[in-house]
Design a binder for this molecule. Structure first.
Ligand SMILES: NC(=O)c1ccc[n+]([C@@H]2O[C@H](COP(=O)([O-])OP(=O)(O)OC[C@H]3O[C@@H](n4cnc5c(N)ncnc54)[C@H](O)[C@@H]3O)[C@@H](O)[C@H]2O)c1
Ligand SMILES: O=C(O)C(=O)C[C@@H](O)[C@H](O)[C@H](O)COP(=O)(O)O
Ligand SMILES: [Zn+2]
Length: 362
């Protein structure tokens, strides 16, 4: 199969995203072409490591690198400062100096945490993303948002730090559990819902093929998703404005994740719930017809994702929402869909409207 390469144009921080089949064995060659130093810390987790570490390590060794394996425990609940400190300990124990680099091999949790370790270890070493979940392939491996959660809120500690390259082997999705695969679909729906009407229609028409994980359709969907994300990041790398569009569904989604202790819903599931609520708010505000809001909800349902907000007191939602990074002065910028395939970022001076429309606290 062909390998498609897309460039993320960010001046001296530009990099390539390679998407294809059987390209895990090419990670070493990509790192060599980037001119990276000899020592590579491969951060992975206790699930992905046993599946894919050996292949990545072999390709690094063949390309002349010395790989060091660092395993973290598996789960969103471990995207925290304690585990991050453990990674620093391992980097120091291995004696890795500034000419070393980090390879993040895994899903978004590994990518975010390893990326933040790379941003901060010795004030910054290069890193390469090798995402192995659908979510990480279409979203978290691209764009340079790295970080960890805080018990009071999602991704509250982090840095913008771009990878030097991204290697996406779609074959790794063959071992991904169904629920995780569907969770990744939520971020795919997000791109269509607010950025690309044609892509949204393609997803509607090809939902069955996507559910069947057909490789051809997956390569196309991953390719379009990263292209859409790259175009947003190129315009607004540090989320001064436009990039907030990638947070569609996340304001309530993050609140749901925090309130449920990162245990009940996957990130993508929480985003799916948040998108349903955002479409409802958009409809009530006259930004979107009932039909278009219905299409968004229907696609989310077809892809087997949840739509119902879990019950918590309004005060709990209010507190969680105000911790959103788009919040200031008691209000927040809320990303809404304008029909299907376009967006509006609306300033909500207080949260009562959202709480009322979403029937929170009733
Ligand atoms: N930085 C960003 O721009 C960005 C974007 C979206 C999401 N995120 C973050 O990403 C995280 C969610 O990422 P995720 O959905 O990838 O979750 P995850 O990293 O927890 O991975 C999901 C599960 O799949 C397993 N897994 C990974 N690859 C596998 C494979 N190929 N085969 C079998 N099992 C595999 C993992 O071990 C884990 O159990 C959240 O923390 C979210 O905040 C970040
Ligand atoms: O890349 C972005 O920008 C995003 O918002 C992508 C989101 O899917 C992702 O979940 C991100 O980590 C959310 O970031 P946050 O700044 O809202 O914590
Ligand atoms: Zn997300």
């Amino acid at each position: 199969m062909r390998v498609e390469t897309q460039r993320v144009n960010l001046g001296e921080r530009s990099y390539d995203i390679h998407v294809g089949s059987e390209i895990l064995d090419g990670v070493g060659a990509v790192c060599r072409d980037l001119g990276l130093g000899r020592n590579a810390a491969v951060v992975t987790n206790t699930t992905v490591g046993p599946l894919y570490y050996d292949r990545v390590a072999a390709s690094l060794t063949t390309a002349g690198f010395a790989p060091h394996r660092i395993d973290i425990p598996d789960g969103e609940g471990y995207k925290n400062s304690e585990i991050l400190n453990g990674v620093y300990d391992e980097l120091i124990r291995a004696g890795l100096t500034r000419d070393a680099f980090i390879v993040a091999l895994g899903g978004g949790v590994v990518g975010d945490l390893a990326g933040f370790a790379a941003a901060t270890y010795l004030r910054g070493v290069p890193f390469v993303q090798v995402p192995t979940t659908l979510l990480a392939q279409v979203d978290s491996s691209v764009g340079g948002k790295t970080g960890i959660n805080h018990p009071r809120g999602k991704n509250l500690i982090g840095a913008f730090y771009q990878p030097r390259g991204v290697v996406i082997d779609v074959d790794t999705l063959a071992t991904l559990p169904e629920r995780e695969y569907l969770g990744g679909m939520a971020e795919v729906v997000k791109y269509g819902a607010v950025l690309d009407q044609e892509f949204f229609a393609f997803l509607e028409e090809n939902a069955a093929r996507l559910l069947g994980r057909e490789r051809e359709v997956l390569v196309r969907v991953i390719g379009r998703s990263v292209a859409l994300k790259a175009s947003v990041v190129e315009e607004d790398e540090r989320e001064a404005g436009l990039r907030a569009v990638l947070n569609y569904g996340h304001t309530l989604g993050h609140a749901v994740e925090t309130l449920t202790g990162y245990a009940r819903f996957l990130h993508g599931e929480a985003v799916a719930i948040g998108m349903v609520q955002a479409a409802t708010v958009a409809e009530r505000r006259g930004l979107c017809s009932e039909e278009d809001a219905g299409r968004i909800v229907a696609l989310i349902r077809t892809l087997g994702l949840p739509t119902e907000l879990p019950e918590f007191p309004a005060a709990a939602y209010r507190e969680a929402l105000l911790r959103d990074k788009k919040s200031r002065d008691g209000g927040l910028d809320f990303v809404l869909n304008r029909g299907v395939g376009a967006y509006a970022i609306v300033r909500l001076p207080d949260l009562s409207e959202v709480l009322e429309i979403c029937s929170i606290g009733r």
